[in-house]
Design a protein around this ligand. Sequence first.
Ligand code: PLP
Length: 381
Amino acid sequence: MNFDFDTVVDRCASDSRKWNAYPAGVLPLWVADMDFPAPPAVIAALHRRVEHGVFGYGMHPAGAIEAVVAHCAQRYGWKIEPEWIVWLPGLVTGLNVAAAAFGEDGDEVLCCTPVYPPFLAAPKHQRRRTVAVPLAQRGNRWEFDFAALEKAVTPRTRQFFLCHPHNPVGRTFTRAELEPLAAFCEKHNLIVTSDEIHCDLILDPVPHLPFASLSPALAARTVTLMAPSKTYNVPGLGCSFAIVSDPVLRKRFEPARGSIVPDVNVLGFAACEAAFREGEPWRQQLLAYLRGNRDYVQNFVARELPGVTTTHVEATYLSWLDVSALKLEDPAGFFLQHGVALSDGTPFGVPKGSFVRLNFGCPRATLVEALARLQRALAAR
Ligand SMILES: Cc1ncc(COP(=O)(O)O)c(C=O)c1O
């Protein structure tokens, strides 16, 4: 079966945050959802659940648990047990729960910037201190800077927040990079929260290695956060989960949800099960389409956008554009005036005016028009 990623679905008349944040006519390539309908198998499962007609309080259905366990085994060769799964309505919630669960007020949480902004905010919301250590850009890719990480550790450092694959720099970290990171976390006795929400969106022929799967000792200090939301484009359905193998760690993580974190809604469970059980043919075609979009962006930036550079995106549908040479005070505001909404880099922990993030999870026609607008914007300066 061929799936259609080319048709432009009008989201303006819907509840889309992405499409309603800016005036009509602006092409929104900012917040990380895609403009594609979910896989038909997911939509069919949702129809079935809606037809049932009763929407009382839910709990994780056995089928969703089986689907997650099978997914981890088949996709990553990672054997997990059903009781390790802690359901969550979102990964940002998961970051906040992890920040609250471990350590004391004023303890420090390390993360590597640039990074998805809630990594920087969650520790602060939970009365911890965020310590941001810049990734090092080496040629065409961003890497951990172990010397800088070592320097950042203090007696109050308790946790490491890992983004793997990394939003916004699009890296899939290799075993050769993860092993020294694991050694670093073990040396300093850090609890690791590994946000792996983008792990099924790897565009290059490299495997995703769940951080916790590297060794049992590492698993014992790791909370893995995953979800079908990014890959199958169902983030509005709010279904995510943590995998915590260590019972002691889990006993600290679970109650930190308190009575603030709501249960996953029943439609989210239905979507999650269908996505993991039946979504693979759709995902394969999505990856091929995104690869085409990724290549289009990289080539276009190199040829047509003077003063803009980017690095190779191995995973995600996000490009991190270095616009520092343009010397614009507010690059996102500048491009918005020319009809394209990008994410400003500043909340990701980089200096004002240096980077913007572009979301290429959209039909090719939308992307082509948006990039042409960026080109015209630069030509008109
Ligand atoms: C790395 C990362 N974590 C978490 C999220 C958001 O997760 P959720 O919508 O489940 O809170 C995103 C969304 O862009 C993300 O890129």
